[in-house]
Write a protein that binds this ligand. Structure first.
Ligand code: SF4
Ligand code: SF4
Length: 135
């Protein structure tokens, strides 16, 4: 049976100067590839990147944002590591938990103003984003 988002058009376009998802309490995961890409982009060693920006929790490297905090990579111009941002950020809002049902998606739309805007995102692209970040 097809997923609901394979039969209903989904529009999405990240809104300029929004950055809500970079200011939301939670955890941003960095896997080995994410760490390599971000460190390379910043021209520092992966070990230094981990030491400076991440903490290790149960073997997983992550950045934790408490209530009222913003991501340490967020600047007035946007994400400071945009071309090398982690897959979790690249794939938002197309996460498994947000796409589970249309209701989950609508709840996500209550937070993310980019949902419902811009072009229709083809199901193949949604599948790819789900594959890129399994959450
Ligand atoms: S909340 Fe949505 S529109 Fe706002 S920055 Fe994040 S992805 Fe873009
Ligand atoms: S890494 Fe970049 S895109 Fe991800 S939360 Fe931080 S500022 Fe936002």
């Amino acid at each position: 049976m097809p997923k609901w988002w394979e039969t209903e058009p989904i529009r999405f376009e990240c809104q300029p100067d929004c950055f809500k998802c970079c200011m939301k309490p939670g955890v941003v995961n960095f896997d080995r590839g994410d760490i390599y890409n971000a460190a390379k982009f910043l021209e520092i060693k992966t070990s230094d990147f981990k030491k400076k920006f991440l903490k290790k929790d149960f073997g997983v490297y992550e950045m934790e944002l408490e209530e009222g905090q913003v991501c340490q990579f967020l600047t007035m111009q946007g994400c400071n590591i945009h071309p090398a941002k982690p897959r979790q950020c690249q794939t938002y809002p197309f996460w498994k938990e947000n796409l589970r049902t249309r209701n989950h998606w609508e709840l996500t739309a209550g937070f993310c103003p980019g949902i419902g805007q811009g072009p229709v995102i083809p199901p193949e692209e949604i599948k790819q984003r789900l594959k890129d970040f399994r959450g």
